[in-house]
Design a protein around this ligand. Structure first.
Ligand SMILES: Cc1cc2nc3c(=O)[nH]c(=O)nc-3n(C[C@H](O)[C@H](O)[C@H](O)COP(=O)(O)OP(=O)(O)OC[C@H]3O[C@@H](n4cnc5c(N)ncnc54)[C@H](O)[C@@H]3O)c2cc1C
Ligand code: SF4
Ligand code: SF4
Length: 414
């Protein structure tokens, strides 16, 4: 069993907020660290039972696969991509939603449809903070306008589960739209708390290349000589696909960057340590996952917005079919996992690399997450022995030198 500090300092925390969500704000606070990561800090020594529960649910210590979400065995399977009921390319039926959203607006459209069809009472997701628009806040949306306000990719820290116990206490059916690690955390909790399966009717996710530190966004502000307290808008993408990164200040200045300008150098992505060993960045434990569909993994220009859609569960299939029938989403064409290999080459490489990386961390004497039903060894067998050795050795060296870990979590000085 790891302490909260050990989870953080070994680079296993992604800042989902669930430990605070289940232990309560009187025991754990979530702070923004000097590195630009949201991390939990225990306000007092945690009781063993609390720590045991955290270790059982934290996506840094336990990562579940599809088995915990799926009822019947889906008909489509790929060693890297896992199981699916259906694969398609599509977009939001409403042109305004499609335009405003990150890619084609599938997640927003499904969130809206879930409310309109009375399948859920609210949607739990994240959106830009109204007071600090470069930061993200967990949001409860009870109407379609609010779901739309949360549209878009929030590449920096985001903690949708920060008060998850309070959300279960509402005893109302809801949907969660969040990153794959957030969904995995909630699936972990479902093993301990029956209210999760009782009230969380749908879990929708995005295919995820990793969450960057807030410092990445702060670097962008530095380029333009803007400070965070001057901001009135920080939109990473959207208003087209991918659209421009747009920054607006309260005194009326505006700055824009293309997606390529924002993400041109991988070395400057400032992706959080946990993402580098992520065994499920493709949403195997969700009901449905949405992605970009750029051949080669990156955009060559703007388009109207097309999502890759991976329908993972029976529940996801029922939702997908009902949303198509109602016109909430439009299907462009059916695809296969071979197409996703083309759209997401970085995901394929990562899924094949993680087994070696975790072995390297273990060899360095570091703790690693318990990974369930994600076929990591099978994926690694698609590499050459030399590639796996390179991944393991690289991770061992980085882990030994502390580069896969993090400093102790402390709040930033104001
Ligand atoms: C951190 C991150 C990494 C990404 N990496 C990839 C990638 O490797 N490959 C790829 O194809 N696409 C990636 N994307 C983009 C993602 O694919 C698109 O967001 C997805 O296609 C959904 O598009 P959409 O138009 O349906 O989303 P929208 O309709 O705009 O809805 C997005 C939903 O996701 C929620 N959300 C946004 N950011 C976060 C966050 N940080 N944490 C929790 N919830 C969030 C929002 O609240 C909203 O409800 C990434 C996005 C993020 C935020
Ligand atoms: S990953 Fe989530 S549950 Fe785990 S320590 Fe970090 S904030 Fe807490
Ligand atoms: S790469 Fe994995 S750990 Fe990182 S944000 Fe995405 S799903 Fe979470």
């Amino acid at each position: 069993m790891l302490t909260l500090e050990e989870i953080v300092e070994n680079g296993l925390c992604i800042g989902c907020g669930l430990c605070r969500g289940i232990a309560g704000g009187d025991q754990i606070s979530l702070v923004m660290t000097p590195e630009g990561r949201e991390r939990p800090v225990a306000k007092q020594p945690l009781q063993e039972a609390v720590l045991e529960r955290i270790n059982a649910v934290c996506p840094g210590t336990r990562i579940p696969g599809a088995a915990s979400a799926n009822g019947s065995q889906p008909p489509i399977f790929d060693t890297v991509w896992g199981s699916a009921h259906h694969l398609a390319i599509g977009y939001a039926g409403d042109p305004a939603t499609r335009y405003r959203s990150s890619t084609g607006g599938i997640l927003t459209a499904l969130g809206q449809f879930l409310l309109q069809s009375n399948r859920v009472k609210f949607v739990l997701h994240v959106s830009a903070s109204k007071t600090q628009p470069m930061r993200s806040e967990r949001r409860l949306s009870f109407d379609v306008a609010s779901v739309l306000e949360g549209a878009g990719s929030r590449y920096g820290p985001a903690a949708p589960l920060v008060d998850f116990n309070d959300i279960l206490d509402r005893q109302e059916p809801f949907a969660l739209i969040a990153k794959p690690c957030d969904i995995g955390a909630v699936r972990n909790l479902a093993r301990l708390d029956p209210r999760v399966d009782q009230y969380m009717r749908y879990a929708l996710t995005l295919v995820c290349g990793g969450a960057s530190d807030l410092s990445k966004s702060e670097d962008v502000l530095d380029r333009f000589g803007v400070t965070e307290d001057e901001l009135s808008l920080f939109r990473y993408r959207g208003n087209g696909n991918p659209g421009l990164t747009r920054i607006e200040t309260k005194d009326g200045r505006a700055f824009e960057l293309t997606y390529q300008e924002m993400w041109e150098e991988e070395a400057k992505w400032m992706i959080q340590p946990r993402c580098k060993i992520c065994p499920d960045a493709i949403g195997e434990s969700a009901d449905l996952a949405a992605s970009d569909v750029w051949p080669g993994g990156g955009p060559t220009g703007d388009d109207a917005g097309f999502n890759g859609i991976i329908v993972r569960t029976e529940r996801g299939r029922e939702l997908f079919e009902a949303a198509c029938a109602a016109g909430a989403i439009t299907v462009d064409r059916q695809v296969g996992f071979a197409d996703f290999d083309v759209f997401q080459p970085h995901q394929v490489r990562k899924k094949r690399a993680v087994w070696g990386r975790l072995k390297g961390m273990e060899a360095a004497g570091k703790p690693i997450p318990a990974v369930h039903d994600l076929r990591l060894a099978e994926c690694a067998r698609q590499n050459t022995v030399k590639q796996n050795l390179a991944e393991a050795r690289g991770a061992r060296v980085r882990a030994k030198s502390g580069r896969l870990g993090e400093p102790p979590a402390v709040p930033r000085q104001a």
